[in-house]
Design a protein around this ligand. Sequence first.
Ligand code: NAD
Length: 334
Amino acid sequence: MGPVFITGGAGFVGSHASKAFARAGREVVVYDNLSRGWADFVKWGPLVEGDILDTAQLTHALKQYRPETVVHFAAVAYIAESIAQPDTYYKINVEGTLSLLRAMQAAGVKRIVFSSSCATYGVSPDVITEETPQAPINPYGRSKLMAEQVIRDVGRVAGIDSVILRYFNAAGSDPDLQIGERHDPEPHVIPLAIRGAIDGGFVFTINGDDFPTPDGTCVRDYVHVCDLAEAHLKAVDHLEAGRGSDVFNLSTGKGSSVLDLLSTIEAVTGKTIERKAGARRPGDPPILVASHAKATRVLGWRATQSDLATVIRDAWAWQKHDGLRAAGNDLDKK
Ligand SMILES: NC(=O)c1ccc[n+]([C@@H]2O[C@H](COP(=O)([O-])OP(=O)(O)OC[C@H]3O[C@@H](n4cnc5c(N)ncnc54)[C@H](O)[C@@H]3O)[C@@H](O)[C@H]2O)c1
């Protein structure tokens, strides 16, 4: 059986998926330009250093390694940055996906798993299902929705089957501390709040405490990155067994507010987090919580490590291990 070809495998979710595939006995090949990833996160197979926009290099790599399936993580993925730099977001996330599909056609690769996002749904007060209309409210979400559509449309004529996985908020880190969440600067809420617990001089900003939510702060559905990684194994099995194209939410069905995060971090670490209220950021929906019923029914997946205390414990252990890199305080959630 050919390897799994992982674009963006030097990043947060892609490196955890690489480890999960390797543990399941699959060969992995990572394709990444290291713009936001880390060479030391590529531990389970070769790294081809290249840009997703470079169709010729991608084609060459696909012909060389002859993968069974491509798993496509490579993207730029910060909401605030997407509002400031929409061109970059459409280029890497939409044109990059087209480039990959062209290379797959040239190399005869027929299956793709795609990392999509809860950001494609926009504002949805109810629990989200795969049938909830997608109406993204920022360029990042729109670029991921366009990439989904491109994959389906091109896939239909090119005979490429796809599984689209819409993750809710990825969090936590590898409990073995081999890899973890490392963004520089770090825009994500959990590493930033943990920094607030570790670094006495750091004041954590709550970006909006007047949302229409029970405690006024944003509510998100946090999924442990190791649970997300396991879902990719099941998605690849689904495609390789010939079960055809489909789309799944990867979520827990349970929402946690920013204040829930802060109190859990304080309980896990025994530290106090200095905080202040800041303004809402543009592009932030108040609540994003989804049902995982379809992923459970069709793929046999459900989150098993995603209770908030476990997520926080693993993120905290990693951050102590890897050093404090959280330079920003710009709460960004995908
Ligand atoms: N982290 C989340 O909460 C979350 C939620 C929903 C969806 N997603 C999606 O999951 C995927 C992975 O997210 P992540 O949090 O691991 O991000 P990340 O930034 O840690 O990883 C992305 C990887 O893609 C690589 N990359 C970026 N541009 C590239 C290019 N032009 N060519 C080649 N490689 C390139 C980066 O170097 C990095 O290694 C993304 O597609 C993102 O949209 C993430």
